[in-house]
Ligand binder design. Structure first.
Ligand code: COA
Ligand code: AMP
Length: 630
């Protein structure tokens, strides 16, 4: 048995011993009473009885252990031409000061704080400050519009919102305040205060009585100490797309989060304290939470916070410049970003301008990794390229090549094997394990390891219904795929109405809810069609109400604007087509899967339950007119 097999086996046979040992690497105010409390299935709690603090494990402990002068965070922003480095000591001081400001405005243990910010150091400072005082943050990605922000405000009811005056996107400045004002107006719940970080590119107009400028918020506040919180208390809530327009509030419990993320840095990424680690994502996504802010800091690394794009800021060598300049040893991005680079610099010529000799590994996740992209990384970067698979819910990788345990042979198209702690099984409809090689629902036997979601925010019922009800005793990932004879996992497709656009997870159901609100639309469907750069992009089909005379192009334009305004630019909803009818089953369910196959030019079986097969050629024709179904 290889080293990996041994570690994996032990993690499943003796989870308490395994995670108890990993937890010894973490600071606890009080050690746990039990590693795993399984007295109330399907709800499991890790490190019950233990008390700790997320921010203490990320910052203070490293200052006390001698890392005070090491860089904790490097901010590199080609869009504002700024570079800034913060030592562990400096970051600890800034975080303690902002935590004091939060306290001054009445935020305390268990209160929620929404953070709606671009990729600036203050975003990480706000996150760490919130956990420092035992409050719970919920970061909302800057590419979401007011309506989405309002949904999150109403669900988690923040006492306070932290924001910045603007974000920078190529060619435009995104003013946050109008979006925030709109959201607060729409939401039933009103925060007491908003703290606003003013950026010189576009200053925000503040609302008197509600808004406080970032520096002013600090006045008269004393630095806050780290609060002792329960291992089972939520560290944060992160909303993610579900099958409807109502996002799911994924909860991350404090103790398991610290233990699992710290463990992952060495065992999965093979990174040591003191090394520079870079996740090129955004703090608004789970990757940003886990691998921009928390895991590298728990592990005493230097983390990169990059405000820029893979291409255009200024060119397709942007990532290599950052790796070379800041001596990044390992980085993580989405395959989309590599495809964008490859498109502009197919031969990787720009790499010649940079010293990459210290570079150790390229990790990829967020969407299915096509073999071409993986091989391009291997050939051009000359380091292991590791596709790994995980979700907002799991918080850290479910399947990966664990470079710090034993590097396994790579099979392009597979994120390798289940990581220790994750008992992955492929299930058939009867909740039976299917044969190796057969496609089924990729599921994880309960209990999930530390760090994975224990429930949804104040909604145990939705947690059970969404993830646990279909396969009792298992967590349903929502991904379908298979496992080969060697235990390698292949993630093929989602089993729900979620699509993945440029590594961003989006709900087609949510977009349909927006389209259905257009006064001319009688019925609609949104599917994800294959896209060479972004993996998938959404495409809308609408049936118009009788008697509508507005030109179709105008309606389509209005629909595109509506989705941009209500969900946000990140939805990348740019195309819709008007059809006479939608294909449905006899029971009235729209055949989205079949429409998607037609759009992608794939063969499809005629669905046995289709009501009127004559509609499919109509769909094909409509798709051909806009350049699909070839
Ligand atoms: N605030 C406001 N708007 C944002 C935003 C933010 N934080 N992030 C993205 N947007 C906007 C973009 O400007 C774009 O607007 P546009 O329609 O006016 O052009 C829209 O949302 C879609 O963005 P995106 O899908 O990212 O496409 P893009 O064309 O701007 O960039 C890539 C393409 C490949 C360069 C980009 O998607 C990328 O870097 N992807 C990496 C994926 C990633 O980091 N995933 C995170 C999980 S690991
Ligand atoms: P998110 O919750 O936004 O991280 O999205 C999670 C979803 O992205 C997963 O359920 C998969 O559908 C997809 N995904 C993420 N990483 C991978 C990967 N390495 N291979 C295939 N799909 C992936």
């Amino acid at each position: 048995m290889g080293q990996f097999d041994e570690v994996y086996k032990r993690s499943l046979e003796d989870p308490e011993g395994f995670w108890g040992e990993a937890a010894d690497d973490v600071f606890w105010f009080k050690r746990w009473d039990s590693v795993l409390d399984d007295s109330n299935p399907p709800f499991y709690r890790w490190f019950e009885g233990g008390t700790t603090n997320t921010c203490y494990n990320a910052l203070d402990r490293h200052v006390e252990e001698g890392r005070g002068e090491q860089a904790a965070l490097i901010y590199d922003s080609p869009v504002t031409d700024t570079k800034q480095s913060f030592t562990y000591r400096e970051l600890t001081d800034k975080v303690a000061a902002f935590a004091g400001a939060l306290e001054k405005y009445g935020v305390g243990y268990g209160d929620r704080v929404i953070i709606y910010m671009p990729m600036i150091p203050e975003a990480a400072i706000a996150m760490l400050a919130t956990t420092r005082i035992g409050a719970v943050h919920s970061v909302v990605f800057g590419g979401f519009a007011s309506n989405e922000l309002a949904k999150r405000i109403d669900d988690c009811k923040p006492k306070l919102i932290v924001t910045a005056s603007c974000g920078i996107e190529p060619g435009r400045t995104v003013a946050y305040m109008p979006l925030l004002d709109g959201a607060i107006e729409m939401a039933k719940h009103k925060p007491d205060h908003c703290i606003v970080y003013q950026r010189p590119m576009a200053e925000a107009e503040l609302t008197e009585g509600r808004d406080v400028e970032w520096n002013a918020a600090h006045e008269g506040a004393s630095p806050a100490a780290c609060a002792e919180v329960k291992a089972t208390d939520p560290a944060y809530i992160l909303y993610t797309s579900g099958t409807t327009g109502v996002p799911k509030g994924v909860v991350r419990a404090t103790g398991g989060h610290i233990v699992a993320l710290k463990w992952s840095m060495k065992n999965i990424y093979n990174v040591d304290p003191g090394e520079v680690f870079w996740a090129a994502s955004d703090v608004g996504w789970v990757v940003g939470h886990s691998y921009i802010v928390y895991a590298p800091l728990f592990h005493g690394c230097t983390t990169m916070l990059y405000e820029g794009k893979p291409v255009g800021t200024p060119d397709a060598g942007a990532f290599w410049r950052v790796i070379s300049e800041h001596k990044v040893s390992t980085m993580f991005t989405a395959p989309t970003a590599i495809r964008a680079i490859k498109k502009e610099d197919p031969d990787g010529k720009l790499l010649a301008n940079y010293d990459m000799s210290h570079y150790k590994a390229q990790f990829l996740a967020g969407e299915r990794c096509d073999p071409d992209t993986l091989h391009w990384c291997e050939e051009k970067l000359k380091v292991p390229a590791v596709d790994h698979w995980w979700q907002t819910e799991t918080g850290w990788p479910i399947a990966s090549n664990c470079l710090g345990i034993e590097q396994l042979p790579v099979k392009a198209g597979s994120p390798t094997r289940a990581v220790p702690g994750w008992n992955v099984q492929i299930l058939g409809e009867a909740c039976n394990e299917v044969k190796r090689g057969d496609i089924g629902a990729i599921s994880i036997k309960l209990p999930l390891p530390p760090g994975a979601l224990p429930t949804l925010w104040q909604n145990d019922e939705r947690y059970v219904e969404s993830y646990l009800a279909d396969y009792p005793g298992y967590y349903k990932t929502g991904d379908a795929g298979y496992m080969d004879e060697d235990g390698y996992i292949y993630v093929m497709t989602r089993t729900d109405d979620i699509i993945n656009v440029a590594g961003h997870r989006l709900s087609t159901g949510g977009m349909e809810e927006v389209l259905a609100n257009h006064p001319a639309v009688a019925e609609c469907a949104v599917i994800g069609v294959a896209d060479q750069l972004k993996g998938q992009v959404p495409l809308g089909f609408v049936v118009l109400k009788d008697g509508v005379n507005t030109p179709e192009e105008q309606i389509v334009q209005e629909l595109v604007q509506m989705v941009r305004k209500e969900i946000g630019p990140v939805a990348a909803f740019k195309q819709a087509t008007v059809v006479q009818r939608l294909p449905k089953t006899r029971s009235g369910k729209i055949l989205r899967g079949t429409m998607q196959k037609i759009a992608d030019g794939q063969d499809y079986p005629m669905p046995a339950t289709i009501d009127d097969p004559a509609i499919l050629p109509e769909i094909k024709e409509a798709l051909e007119e806009i350049g699909y179904a070839k």
